[in-house]
Design a protein around this ligand. Sequence first.
Ligand code: MRU
Length: 343
Amino acid sequence: MKQPQSRIKAVEWRGDTCRLLDQTRIPGRETYIDCRDYREVVDAIRSLAVRGAPAIGVAGAFAVVLAARSAKDLKEPKPFFEKALLEIREARPTAVNLSWAVERMRGVAESTGLDADRLLQEAEALHAEDIQFNLDIARHGLELFDRKISVGTYCNTGDLATGGVGTAFGLIHGAYLNDRVSHVYTCETRPVLQGLRLTAWELYKNEIPFTAICDNMAASLMAAGRIEAVFLGADRIAANGDAANKIGTYALAVAAKYHGIPFYVVAPSSTFDLSLASGAEIPIEQRDAKEILSVLGDNTPPEAWPVYNPAFDVTPHQLITGIVCERGVLKAPYAENIGSVLG
Ligand code: MRU
Protein backbone atom coordinates (compact mmCIF):
# COMPACT_ATOMS: atom_id res chain seq x y z
CA MET A 1 0.00 0.00 0.00
CA LYS A 2 1.27 3.47 -0.88
CA GLN A 3 1.00 5.78 2.12
CA PRO A 4 0.11 9.46 1.87
CA GLN A 5 2.72 11.90 3.16
CA SER A 6 2.29 15.17 4.96
CA ARG A 7 3.70 18.23 3.16
CA ILE A 8 2.45 21.00 5.40
CA LYS A 9 2.77 21.58 9.14
CA ALA A 10 -0.26 23.41 10.50
CA VAL A 11 1.05 23.23 14.09
CA GLU A 12 4.58 22.67 15.30
CA TRP A 13 6.60 23.15 18.48
CA ARG A 14 9.90 24.95 17.73
CA GLY A 15 12.36 25.71 20.53
CA ASP A 16 10.16 27.61 22.94
CA THR A 17 7.33 28.60 20.60
CA CYS A 18 4.21 27.09 19.13
CA ARG A 19 4.38 27.82 15.41
CA LEU A 20 1.09 27.99 13.51
CA LEU A 21 0.63 28.28 9.77
CA ASP A 22 -1.77 31.23 9.36
CA GLN A 23 -4.62 29.54 7.49
CA THR A 24 -6.52 32.78 6.99
CA ARG A 25 -3.92 33.70 4.34
CA ILE A 26 -3.89 30.42 2.41
CA PRO A 27 -3.72 30.00 -0.59
CA GLY A 28 -2.28 33.48 -1.24
CA ARG A 29 0.53 33.42 1.29
CA GLU A 30 2.33 30.94 3.51
CA THR A 31 3.00 32.89 6.70
CA TYR A 32 3.50 31.69 10.24
CA ILE A 33 2.49 32.91 13.68
CA ASP A 34 5.03 32.19 16.42
CA CYS A 35 3.19 32.01 19.73
CA ARG A 36 5.13 32.48 22.97
CA ASP A 37 2.08 33.15 25.11
CA TYR A 38 -0.97 30.89 25.41
CA ARG A 39 -3.23 33.91 24.65
CA GLU A 40 -1.72 34.15 21.16
CA VAL A 41 -2.73 30.53 20.51
CA VAL A 42 -6.23 31.26 21.85
CA ASP A 43 -6.54 34.23 19.47
CA ALA A 44 -5.31 32.11 16.55
CA ILE A 45 -7.89 29.41 17.35
CA ARG A 46 -10.72 31.98 17.59
CA SER A 47 -9.75 33.72 14.33
CA LEU A 48 -9.37 30.39 12.43
CA ALA A 49 -5.66 30.99 11.82
CA VAL A 50 -5.45 27.43 13.13
CA ARG A 51 -8.59 25.34 12.62
CA GLY A 52 -9.86 21.82 12.07
CA ALA A 53 -10.77 19.68 15.08
CA PRO A 54 -7.56 17.64 15.55
CA ALA A 55 -5.28 20.62 14.74
CA ILE A 56 -6.90 22.81 17.39
CA GLY A 57 -6.53 19.92 19.84
CA VAL A 58 -2.76 19.83 19.17
CA ALA A 59 -2.50 23.66 19.28
CA GLY A 60 -4.50 23.67 22.53
CA ALA A 61 -2.07 21.18 24.09
CA PHE A 62 0.89 23.40 23.17
CA ALA A 63 -1.02 26.41 24.56
CA VAL A 64 -1.22 24.58 27.90
CA VAL A 65 2.59 24.20 27.83
CA LEU A 66 2.95 27.96 27.24
CA ALA A 67 0.53 28.68 30.10
CA ALA A 68 2.52 26.42 32.45
CA ARG A 69 5.74 28.22 31.49
CA SER A 70 4.22 31.62 32.28
CA ALA A 71 2.63 30.33 35.49
CA LYS A 72 5.88 29.10 36.99
CA ASP A 73 7.24 32.66 37.46
CA LEU A 74 4.16 33.76 39.41
CA LYS A 75 3.62 33.78 43.16
CA GLU A 76 0.25 32.11 42.69
CA PRO A 77 0.64 29.92 39.61
CA LYS A 78 -2.49 27.80 40.12
CA PRO A 79 -5.26 30.43 39.55
CA PHE A 80 -3.42 31.75 36.47
CA PHE A 81 -3.05 28.23 35.07
CA GLU A 82 -6.70 27.34 35.76
CA LYS A 83 -7.92 30.52 34.05
CA ALA A 84 -5.66 29.80 31.06
CA LEU A 85 -7.04 26.26 30.73
CA LEU A 86 -10.57 27.61 30.72
CA GLU A 87 -9.78 30.19 28.05
CA ILE A 88 -8.05 27.60 25.85
CA ARG A 89 -10.90 25.10 26.26
CA GLU A 90 -13.54 27.67 25.40
CA ALA A 91 -11.78 29.23 22.41
CA ARG A 92 -14.03 27.07 20.20
CA PRO A 93 -16.87 25.06 21.70
CA THR A 94 -17.94 22.45 19.13
CA ALA A 95 -14.76 20.50 18.30
CA VAL A 96 -14.36 18.20 21.29
CA ASN A 97 -10.70 17.55 20.42
CA LEU A 98 -9.84 20.90 22.03
CA SER A 99 -11.42 20.22 25.44
CA TRP A 100 -10.22 16.61 25.25
CA ALA A 101 -6.62 17.81 24.74
CA VAL A 102 -6.87 20.39 27.53
CA GLU A 103 -8.25 17.81 29.97
CA ARG A 104 -5.51 15.33 29.06
CA MET A 105 -2.91 18.04 29.72
CA ARG A 106 -4.64 19.01 32.98
CA GLY A 107 -4.30 15.41 34.17
CA VAL A 108 -0.53 15.53 33.57
CA ALA A 109 -0.25 18.97 35.24
CA GLU A 110 -2.06 17.67 38.31
CA SER A 111 0.15 14.64 38.67
CA THR A 112 3.45 16.45 38.00
CA GLY A 113 2.78 19.84 39.63
CA LEU A 114 2.92 22.09 36.55
CA ASP A 115 6.15 20.64 35.17
CA ALA A 116 6.35 22.43 31.80
CA ASP A 117 8.91 19.97 30.37
CA ARG A 118 6.70 17.02 31.20
CA LEU A 119 3.72 18.88 29.71
CA LEU A 120 5.67 19.48 26.52
CA GLN A 121 6.42 15.75 26.29
CA GLU A 122 2.69 15.04 26.62
CA ALA A 123 1.73 17.61 23.97
CA GLU A 124 4.29 16.12 21.61
CA ALA A 125 3.00 12.60 22.33
CA LEU A 126 -0.55 13.76 21.59
CA HIS A 127 0.66 15.29 18.31
CA ALA A 128 2.53 12.09 17.36
CA GLU A 129 -0.59 10.01 18.08
CA ASP A 130 -2.64 12.21 15.77
CA ILE A 131 -0.08 11.71 12.99
CA GLN A 132 -0.26 7.92 13.46
CA PHE A 133 -4.08 7.92 13.68
CA ASN A 134 -4.26 9.72 10.32
CA LEU A 135 -2.14 6.98 8.70
CA ASP A 136 -4.23 4.21 10.31
CA ILE A 137 -7.40 5.91 9.04
CA ALA A 138 -5.99 6.09 5.49
CA ARG A 139 -5.18 2.36 5.67
CA HIS A 140 -8.68 1.37 6.90
CA GLY A 141 -10.25 3.64 4.30
CA LEU A 142 -8.85 1.56 1.45
CA GLU A 143 -11.24 -1.27 2.44
CA LEU A 144 -14.14 0.89 1.33
CA PHE A 145 -13.29 0.94 -2.37
CA ASP A 146 -14.04 -1.93 -4.71
CA ARG A 147 -13.21 0.13 -7.80
CA LYS A 148 -11.82 3.49 -8.83
CA ILE A 149 -14.35 6.28 -8.26
CA SER A 150 -14.68 10.04 -8.12
CA VAL A 151 -15.51 11.43 -4.69
CA GLY A 152 -16.81 14.57 -3.03
CA THR A 153 -15.53 16.24 0.10
CA TYR A 154 -16.40 19.21 2.27
CA CYS A 155 -14.61 21.80 4.37
CA ASN A 156 -10.97 20.92 5.05
CA THR A 157 -9.72 17.72 6.64
CA GLY A 158 -6.11 17.56 5.42
CA ASP A 159 -2.67 18.46 6.77
CA LEU A 160 -4.04 21.87 7.69
CA ALA A 161 -6.82 20.47 9.86
CA THR A 162 -4.81 17.81 11.71
CA GLY A 163 -1.36 16.96 12.97
CA GLY A 164 -0.57 14.73 9.99
CA VAL A 165 -1.93 13.79 6.56
CA GLY A 166 -5.51 14.45 7.52
CA THR A 167 -8.64 12.45 8.21
CA ALA A 168 -11.01 12.34 5.21
CA PHE A 169 -8.36 14.05 3.11
CA GLY A 170 -5.68 11.52 4.15
CA LEU A 171 -8.08 8.70 3.27
CA ILE A 172 -8.83 10.22 -0.14
CA HIS A 173 -5.12 10.90 -0.72
CA GLY A 174 -4.23 7.29 0.16
CA ALA A 175 -7.01 5.99 -2.08
CA TYR A 176 -5.77 8.16 -4.94
CA LEU A 177 -2.19 6.88 -4.54
CA ASN A 178 -3.52 3.31 -4.58
CA ASP A 179 -5.58 3.86 -7.71
CA ARG A 180 -8.97 3.93 -6.02
CA VAL A 181 -9.87 7.60 -6.56
CA SER A 182 -9.88 9.24 -9.97
CA HIS A 183 -11.10 12.75 -9.15
CA VAL A 184 -12.09 14.87 -6.17
CA TYR A 185 -14.87 17.47 -6.04
CA THR A 186 -14.23 19.92 -3.21
CA CYS A 187 -17.22 22.01 -2.15
CA GLU A 188 -16.22 25.62 -1.52
CA THR A 189 -17.75 25.53 2.00
CA ARG A 190 -19.50 28.79 2.72
CA PRO A 191 -19.12 31.07 4.53
CA VAL A 192 -15.32 31.06 5.00
CA LEU A 193 -14.43 28.79 2.09
CA GLN A 194 -12.23 26.13 3.72
CA GLY A 195 -12.99 23.85 0.74
CA LEU A 196 -12.02 26.37 -1.91
CA ARG A 197 -9.07 28.00 -0.11
CA LEU A 198 -7.59 25.10 1.84
CA THR A 199 -8.69 21.73 0.42
CA ALA A 200 -8.19 22.88 -3.17
CA TRP A 201 -4.70 24.11 -2.18
CA GLU A 202 -3.85 20.75 -0.60
CA LEU A 203 -5.22 18.82 -3.60
CA TYR A 204 -3.17 21.03 -5.90
CA LYS A 205 0.00 20.63 -3.84
CA ASN A 206 -0.41 16.84 -3.82
CA GLU A 207 -1.18 16.72 -7.55
CA ILE A 208 -4.54 15.03 -7.03
CA PRO A 209 -6.98 15.78 -9.91
CA PHE A 210 -9.77 17.97 -8.55
CA THR A 211 -12.52 20.44 -9.32
CA ALA A 212 -13.76 23.07 -6.89
CA ILE A 213 -17.53 23.58 -6.88
CA CYS A 214 -20.02 25.83 -5.10
CA ASP A 215 -21.86 24.03 -2.31
CA ASN A 216 -25.16 24.20 -4.19
CA MET A 217 -23.73 22.17 -7.11
CA ALA A 218 -23.06 18.93 -5.22
CA ALA A 219 -26.54 17.38 -5.55
CA SER A 220 -26.62 17.83 -9.32
CA LEU A 221 -23.19 16.19 -9.63
CA MET A 222 -24.47 13.24 -7.60
CA ALA A 223 -27.48 12.98 -9.91
CA ALA A 224 -25.11 13.00 -12.90
CA GLY A 225 -23.00 10.18 -11.39
CA ARG A 226 -19.96 12.43 -11.06
CA ILE A 227 -19.79 12.27 -7.26
CA GLU A 228 -19.93 8.57 -6.35
CA ALA A 229 -19.17 8.76 -2.62
CA VAL A 230 -18.65 11.47 0.00
CA PHE A 231 -15.87 11.51 2.61
CA LEU A 232 -15.69 14.30 5.16
CA GLY A 233 -14.62 15.01 8.73
CA ALA A 234 -16.28 15.69 12.07
CA ASP A 235 -15.87 18.00 15.02
CA ARG A 236 -17.76 15.91 17.55
CA ILE A 237 -19.45 12.53 17.29
CA ALA A 238 -22.04 11.56 19.92
CA ALA A 239 -22.42 8.06 21.38
CA ASN A 240 -25.21 7.23 18.90
CA GLY A 241 -23.12 8.21 15.84
CA ASP A 242 -24.71 11.62 15.19
CA ALA A 243 -21.87 13.80 13.89
CA ALA A 244 -21.33 17.55 14.05
CA ASN A 245 -19.31 18.95 11.17
CA LYS A 246 -19.07 22.16 9.14
CA ILE A 247 -22.45 23.76 8.40
CA GLY A 248 -23.77 22.27 5.16
CA THR A 249 -22.66 18.72 5.90
CA TYR A 250 -26.23 17.73 6.79
CA ALA A 251 -27.54 18.95 3.41
CA LEU A 252 -24.85 16.90 1.62
CA ALA A 253 -25.81 13.82 3.65
CA VAL A 254 -29.48 14.23 2.71
CA ALA A 255 -28.52 14.58 -0.97
CA ALA A 256 -26.24 11.52 -0.77
CA LYS A 257 -29.01 9.43 0.82
CA TYR A 258 -31.48 10.46 -1.89
CA HIS A 259 -29.02 9.46 -4.62
CA GLY A 260 -27.98 6.21 -2.89
CA ILE A 261 -24.38 7.39 -2.55
CA PRO A 262 -22.16 6.22 0.35
CA PHE A 263 -21.57 8.97 2.91
CA TYR A 264 -18.58 8.43 5.21
CA VAL A 265 -17.55 10.45 8.25
CA VAL A 266 -13.83 10.17 8.98
CA ALA A 267 -12.41 11.12 12.39
CA PRO A 268 -9.97 9.92 15.06
CA SER A 269 -11.15 8.66 18.47
CA SER A 270 -10.36 12.10 19.98
CA THR A 271 -13.40 13.44 18.06
CA PHE A 272 -15.88 11.10 19.81
CA ASP A 273 -17.75 12.39 22.85
CA LEU A 274 -19.33 9.36 24.47
CA SER A 275 -20.70 11.51 27.29
CA LEU A 276 -23.34 12.80 24.86
CA ALA A 277 -26.19 10.42 24.03
CA SER A 278 -27.06 12.14 20.75
CA GLY A 279 -26.15 15.03 18.47
CA ALA A 280 -28.92 17.17 20.01
CA GLU A 281 -26.55 17.74 22.97
CA ILE A 282 -23.61 18.99 20.88
CA PRO A 283 -22.96 22.72 21.45
CA ILE A 284 -22.98 24.59 18.14
CA GLU A 285 -20.64 27.57 17.80
CA GLN A 286 -22.24 30.78 16.48
CA ARG A 287 -19.85 33.05 14.58
CA ASP A 288 -19.69 36.68 13.54
CA ALA A 289 -22.09 37.97 10.89
CA LYS A 290 -19.08 39.48 9.09
CA GLU A 291 -18.06 36.02 7.88
CA ILE A 292 -21.21 35.92 5.77
CA LEU A 293 -21.52 39.58 4.78
CA SER A 294 -17.86 40.16 3.87
CA VAL A 295 -18.40 38.33 0.56
CA LEU A 296 -20.10 41.55 -0.59
CA GLY A 297 -16.78 43.42 -0.36
CA ASP A 298 -17.18 47.17 -0.87
CA ASN A 299 -20.88 46.70 -1.38
CA THR A 300 -21.33 45.94 2.33
CA PRO A 301 -24.83 46.37 3.75
CA PRO A 302 -25.58 48.06 7.10
CA GLU A 303 -24.24 45.94 9.98
CA ALA A 304 -27.79 45.67 11.31
CA TRP A 305 -28.82 43.15 8.66
CA PRO A 306 -29.88 39.98 10.43
CA VAL A 307 -27.54 37.09 9.76
CA TYR A 308 -27.55 33.55 11.14
CA ASN A 309 -24.09 32.00 11.20
CA PRO A 310 -23.82 28.64 12.99
CA ALA A 311 -20.40 27.13 12.23
CA PHE A 312 -21.61 23.52 12.35
CA ASP A 313 -24.63 21.29 11.89
CA VAL A 314 -25.39 17.77 13.05
CA THR A 315 -25.86 14.89 10.64
CA PRO A 316 -28.13 12.18 12.09
CA HIS A 317 -26.45 8.76 12.20
CA GLN A 318 -29.18 7.30 9.97
CA LEU A 319 -27.65 9.21 7.04
CA ILE A 320 -24.09 7.97 7.69
CA THR A 321 -22.90 4.86 5.82
CA GLY A 322 -19.87 4.40 8.07
CA ILE A 323 -17.51 6.22 10.44
CA VAL A 324 -13.82 5.61 9.76
CA CYS A 325 -11.52 6.00 12.77
CA GLU A 326 -8.03 4.72 13.55
CA ARG A 327 -9.45 1.45 14.87
CA GLY A 328 -11.41 0.62 11.72
CA VAL A 329 -14.72 1.31 10.00
CA LEU A 330 -17.69 1.59 12.37
CA LYS A 331 -21.15 0.83 11.00
CA ALA A 332 -24.73 0.74 12.32
CA PRO A 333 -25.92 -0.05 14.92
CA TYR A 334 -23.66 2.83 15.96
CA ALA A 335 -24.52 3.08 19.66
CA GLU A 336 -23.52 -0.57 20.11
CA ASN A 337 -20.47 -0.58 17.81
CA ILE A 338 -19.05 2.78 18.95
CA GLY A 339 -19.49 1.64 22.56
CA SER A 340 -17.70 -1.66 22.01
CA VAL A 341 -14.81 -0.25 19.95
CA LEU A 342 -14.21 3.07 21.74
CA GLY A 343 -16.10 2.82 25.02
O1 MRU B 1 -14.50 25.79 11.41
P1 MRU B 1 -13.42 24.84 11.00
O2 MRU B 1 -12.69 25.26 9.79
O3 MRU B 1 -12.50 24.50 12.15
O4 MRU B 1 -14.23 23.52 10.66
C1 MRU B 1 -13.56 22.37 10.38
C2 MRU B 1 -14.42 21.25 9.99
O5 MRU B 1 -15.63 21.29 10.07
C3 MRU B 1 -13.72 20.01 9.60
O6 MRU B 1 -14.49 19.27 8.72
C4 MRU B 1 -13.48 19.19 10.85
O7 MRU B 1 -12.84 19.91 11.84
C5 MRU B 1 -12.77 17.96 10.54
S1 MRU B 1 -11.05 18.17 10.75
C6 MRU B 1 -10.20 16.86 10.19
